[in-house]
Each structure stands twice: as C-alpha cells, then as structure tokens.
Design a protein around this ligand. Structure first.
Ligand code: GLC
Ligand code: CA
Length: 547
C-alpha cells in the first residue's frame, strides 16, 4: 500500500448535510429524492459548499429512516435508482461538489438477507454475522438499555436465543468479532468509492467491536478496526474525506482517530451537545445552558486538536433540534441569533457542517400530538414516559419540542407556495407553518438574509489563512453572556465577539492603535469603537481582523 495523500485538499471546504427524505421531492409523492437533490445543485453551488454529506439512501424498511439498511448496494426506490445516484455524483462533480455517503455498519436492518438467514437457526452460515446469546436466569443476558428501547436484547423464539441491538430491535448489531464483517464492509465501501464518491460519514462508528456482555456501547477495538477499514478502502484513493460519529469521544480519542488520517479525518464529538441536559442523564432531561460551560467545551476541542487532529464544527444535524431554537431566539431575534450562532462557529478551526435549512434559520416545530411524530426515538420515548409519574404529558411534550429529532426533519422550506415548494403533494411529515415567512426564496431576495451571511462565511473560509491555521484563544472565559475568542496566525489576529443574550451587553477589548478590518456583522455595524468598548445589541455578533 502506498499512500501519497494530500489531506489539505478539503480543509477550506464547507460540508452541507442533506437528509434526503425532507430535502426536495421531484416526483410528487411527498418524499424527497435524488432527482430533487440534483435539481438543487445550482442552489448549493451558489451557497458555496463543496461537499455534500448524504444521509442514507440505501434500500431500507425505514424503521429508523434509512439508518436500518437492507441492501447496501442499491438505492431505495423511494429515493430513486442507482442510475440516479450515478447521475448525482457526476452532476455534483461538475459543480466541484464531492459526495460523502453515510455508512451504517454497526447494525443492519432486520430485513437484510444476512439477518433473515441468521435467524433461521444456530447452524446457519450467517448466524455469526450477528450477536446472539443464551438467556441468563431466564431473561436477557444483561440489563443494558438500547438507545431506543428499555433493553438492548430481543428474544428470538426460533432459536431460543437473544440477539443484541444498540438501537431498535429492527436494527440488529453486526458481530465484528467475525472477520467476514470487515470484508463485507470493505466491499460495500469500495463499490461506492469506485463510483466516484469522496468518502463516508461513519454512523456510530465507535461502537463497532464492542463487547456486549460488558454492557458498554464503546469498543476497545474501534481503532484497530478503523485502521484496517482505511487500509483496504480509502487509502487507495487520492482525495478522500471521512468523518466518524463518535458521540462519546474525548479529545484524546479524537486525536487517535484523526491525528494520522489513517483511521478517519475527523470525528463528530457530542460534548457541546450535552451542555443543555442533566449530567449523566438522557438528552430528554433538560437543563438551562450555562454559557461558560459551552465555551469551555469549544476551548478544549479547539486547543486539544490544534496541530494534532482536525475538528468538525456543527450545531445541528438530523438528530438534533434546530440551533436557532436551541441556543438563539426563534421569535423576535431569529435572524440576528441565527447569524450569531453561525458566526461564532464558522471562524473556528475545523470543517463546518451546515444542516439543510440551517442556512435560512429554520426553527423547531411545536408538536401538539403523538400522531405527528414520525421518528422512532421520539415515539418510543413518548410511549415509555407518558405514564411515568415523574414525567407526565406536559414534561414529555416539553422535552420532545426541545430535543425531538423530527424538529430537524420537517421539509425544507423553499417558497411560500404550496407545500413550501418542497413537493406538489402532502409531505410525509408536517410542514412547519412558518414557511410563509421563512423560506429560501425570501432569503435569496434579501441581501441581508441569513442565507447571504452563510454564503459570506463559506467564502471567507476559502480566502483567509487565519481561519484554517490560526491558533485559538478563548477570551473572558467566565463571562455569562459573551462568547469571544481570537485566532492568531503569523501577523494576523482574527477576533470574534458574540452576544448570546437577549439584552444589550458591554464588552471591552484593548486593541488601540491597530488597523482593523470588519469581516462580518449582523447589525450593520460599520466600524469598531475607538475606545475599545463595544455596546452589543441582543445577539449581536461580529468578526474582525487586526494587523
Ligand atoms: C446515528 C444516526 C441516527 C440513527 C442512529 C442509529 O446516531 O445519526 O440517526 O438513529 O445512528 O443508526
Ligand atoms: Ca419523491
């Protein structure tokens, strides 16, 4: 194996995540699809993004919206055909956009032929593709919970054994102790790489090779397995990009994963996402954010990975609520606070990820009833807790509306027309009624919109070396309302100051006598105060260079 790779090729690029079911519907069945994505490539090119992370489009019963795969080599007919996928890869490339596919290999669907075979009995040649165990004291082998259900084990009456699933009972975990799994997975990856995709986002990848009887999700073998996967797949291609979903990773783990680019190029850590939940409990246990804690997580990751690894920068995805509803204000200051959040994130070191609709400041939807839920995690949480005395309906709905995954899964709002321009038919999930005001067409018509703010940020990242290479220093760490930092590179200093509060705040910075160049502002600020005392409006943000 010879690896002559240039890992710098993607570092100035911004990634855009598409969750296909809700992006754009081309054939009027109410479900987004690949031709819908192709029709929006000019839009994405105009925004300036250069990589698309495509959530799963493989054949699937959609128990977990495609994160339960029944056939890794074929596109689900709901989304189109393999020919459509080839067309997407080529059409995107023509616009300098690379495609990253989702790789979900911690588990398969229960409808995957391997599992259908495995279930036939203990002697089936595919039995060992999955994790089976005899009952212990007449029940499940361990008391471990799954992410979606009270138990990670389900009983199979044909063989009188339990099988293991970290997620739903229709997502049985693959048995990575069996070396054939590695071989099968490399085959899948090479199949798509040969078609011209640039790489993979690897779903819950820190879980592969776990030891189920230890009742822990994380695996002692993840690094070893990722090195082997890399060697047999990505290593043999020129320009690749890979990102692992490793929710539990520490900075030290992230360096092991991404430091040498021989496992992954970067990981998604979730530490910043956990700052508004009660420590050690679930995401549904809401807690008010303490800004200094939030800032310290970024400081830890920015400094920890500096020259040792590479960060991924994200505030939203298909599993998280809408950032503007979560950390900003989705009412009166929606536009200002959406820009403020983007500005705070996009000047850090790493690869930014924009989740569809974030670029126009889409908001959470307020769910009124369980009939509107489509997400298995939300539905299961609701059913499990609705009769729990410590919860009750109001608290359950409050958590759902704050954190439920369907908040991010309502259709992208393209216009104020029928079905928000997403489809010509009723969409598979509720539309957020605010599409009349919040939609892409409106933003494109307004040079001061959130959309143009993102476009500007994406462009700056391609132009300014300090964003790529500068070090990171958090300023005024204990300040409860202001998130301020400075990036330094050679003679240049890049300052970012954001007001996370709904009040006017004062902030003093000593920079007298230096030449300043304002890069961004969400209040049409034209210059910096000569005395260095900033009066910051609600959710005001800015970035400027000093040299
Ligand atoms: C990841 C995905 C999520 C999915 C889960 C199981 O966390 O992002 O959507 O439900 O893995 O595949
Ligand atoms: Ca469709």
């Amino acid at each position: 194996m010879t690896i002559h790779k240039n890992f710098e090729w993607f570092k100035h690029k911004t990634v855009y995540q598409i969750w296909p079911r809700s992006f754009c519907d081309s054939n009027g069945d109410g479900i987004g699809d690949l031709q819908g994505i192709i029709s929006k490539l000019p839009y994405l090119e105009q925004l300036g993004i250069e990589v698309i992370w495509l959530s799963p489009v493989y054949k699937s019963p959609m128990d977990d919206m495609g994160y339960d795969i029944a056939d890794y080599f074929n596109i689900d007919p709901l989304f189109g055909s393999n020919a459509d996928m080839d067309e997407l890869i080529i059409a995107a490339k023509a616009r300098n956009i690379s495609i990253v596919m989702d790789l979900v290999v911690n588990h398969t669907s229960d409808k995957h032929p391997w599992f259908i075979e495995a279930k036939k009995g203990r002697d089936n040649p595919y039995r060992d593709y999955y994790i089976w165990h005899d009952p212990v004291n007449g029940g499940a082998p361990t008391t471990q919970r799954s992410f979606f259900l009270p138990s990670a084990w389900s009983f199979d009456s044909t063989s009188d054994q339990y099988y293991y699933h970290a997620f739903s009972n229709r997502q049985p975990d693959l048995n990575w102790v069996n070396p054939q799994i590695l071989e099968e997975v490399c085959k899948i990856m090479n199949f798509w790489l040969a078609k011209g995709i640039a790489g993979f986002r690897m779903d819950v990848i820190e879980l592969i090779g776990k030891i189920p009887l230890e009742s822990k999700f994380t695996s002692p073998r993840a690094h070893e397995l990722l090195k082997l996967i890399f060697k047999h797949t990505l290593a043999n291609y020129e320009q690749t990009i890979s990102v692992g979903e490793t929710g539990g990773a520490t900075v030290e783990d992230a360096i092991l994963y991404s430091g040498n680019h021989d496992e992954l190029d970067m990981v998604f850590g979730f530490e910043h996402m956990a700052q508004d939940e009660e420590l050690g409990k679930s995401k549904w246990h809401l807690k008010l954010l303490n800004l200094p804690d939030f800032k310290r997580v970024f400081k830890k990751w920015q400094n920890g990975l500096y020259q040792k690894g590479w960060n991924s920068l994200f505030l939203g995805n298909h599993d998280q609520p809408r950032p503007v509803s979560r950390w900003g204000c989705d009412g009166k200051y929606r536009i200002q606070s959406a820009k403020m959040l983007a500005n705070t994130l996009h000047f850090m070191q790493g690869t930014p990820y924009i989740y569809q609709g974030e670029e126009i400041g889409m908001t959470n939807y307020q769910f009124g009833s369980v009939d509107e839920f489509r997400d298995i995690e939300m539905i299961n949480f609701y059913q499990e807790y609705i009769n729990d005395a410590a919860w009750g309906k109001d608290r359950v709905m409050q958590s759902i509306n704050a954190k439920g995954r369907d908040n991010a899964r309502t259709p992208v709002q393209w216009t104020d027309g029928n079905y928000a321009g997403f489809s010509t038919a009723k969409p598979w999930i509720v539309l957020n009624p605010n599409y009349k005001q919040i939609n892409v067409a409106n933003d494109l018509n307004n040079p001061d919109s959130i959309w143009y703010f993102y476009q500007h940020l994406i462009k700056l990242r391609k132009e300014l070396a300090v964003i790529l290479h500068g070090d990171f220093k958090l300023l005024d760490e204990d300040n409860l309302h202001i998130f301020a930092y400075v990036r330094s590179y050679q003679e240049q200093q890049l300052y970012v100051i954001s007001n996370f509060s709904i009040q006017t705040e004062y902030y003093t910075l000593g920079f007298k006598g230096k030449r300043a160049c304002l890069l961004t502002s969400n209040y049409q600020r034209e210059s910096l105060p000569i005395n260095g005392v900033f009066e910051l409006q609600p959710f005001e943000t800015m970035a400027f260079l000093l040299d």
